[in-house]
Design a protein around this ligand. Structure first.
Ligand SMILES: [Mg+2]
Length: 253
């Protein structure tokens, strides 16, 4: 019995600037049902307010309280520890960290920094981590679908610093079980009464399964043929969010 549904955003509800066909109606169907709904995303190229604006422009009716972002989780983690992060993040979200003292950094925060992943910036992150600064990752995704092509995400760069400095990053966002549980704690559902719908077989589906949550992989967004064979465990694989919602509302989960 599913009582809560967790939707990934990019690749599930939209690709680039375009909604996935039928996604608007599918989200509306869930919102009109007795299911609790949450949106959880590792996107780190947009501020929270831009993310909400873009959803609204696409036509999705989303309550901001239903949206959990890895960027917010990373900010809280750094704030709770009083750290001064070197923020190797996308220029669009630098302002999200303006409250932090970033002089003489004692932590490294890495998101999907895109063009800011320069040799100089990566070396700075490497040297700080080698000197003992904790490495914090906004998600651990390998790549994502921009709408027209696959692009490298933060994961490969975080992995490079882990490798060079012999450290292990703390990952905020998916696939961290803590992140899934944080979103779920805002609902009345237990983990096994929730279903995560995502296009990333590792970050979304495997992460959810490891957190005790059911998983549903969609064949949109970054999905590549055969992705469903890359992880262990029982989960659904469907053509799109439309079929995922049919499955849930039909009581077949
Ligand atoms: Mg996605």
């Amino acid at each position: 019995m599913i009582n809560a549904i967790l939707f990934d955003l990019s690749g599930v509800l939209y690709e680039g600037d375009t909604a996935i066909p039928g996604a608007l109606q599918s989200v509306e169907r869930v919102q009109a049902s007795s299911l609790e709904i949450r949106f959880i995303t590792n996107t780190s190229r947009k501020t929270r307010s831009k993310l909400l604006d873009d959803l609204r422009i696409l036509g999705f009716k989303v309550n901001p309280d239903q949206v959990f972002t890895a960027v917010d989780a990373a900010k809280s983690w750094l704030q709770q520890r009083g750290l001064r992060p070197y923020c190797l993040v996308h220029e669009n979200i630098q302002g999200e960290f303006s409250d932090f003292d970033q002089c003489d950094p004692n932590a490294v925060l890495m998101g999907d920094a895109a063009e800011a992943f320069s040799y100089n910036n990566l070396n700075r992150a490497f040297r700080l981590c080698l000197g003992g600064a904790p490495l914090v990752g906004v998600g651990y995704n390998r790549y994502f679908n921009s709408g027209s092509q696959l692009l490298l995400d933060a994961g490969p760069y975080i992995k490079a610093i882990e490798f060079a400095a012999s450290v292990e990053a703390t990952i905020l966002g998916k696939p961290s079980a803590e992140f899934f549980h944080q979103a779920l704690a805002s609902t009345t559902a237990a983990a096994d009464q929730a279903l995560m719908v995502g296009d990333d077989v590792f970050g979304d589906v495997e992460g959810a399964l490891n957190a005790g949550i059911q998983g549903c992989l969609v064949r949109t967004g970054k999905y590549q043929t055969g992705d469903e064979c890359k992880i262990m465990g029982n989960f659904h694989t469907v053509d799109s969010v439309v079929e995922a919602v049919e499955l849930i509302l039909g009581g077949n989960c």
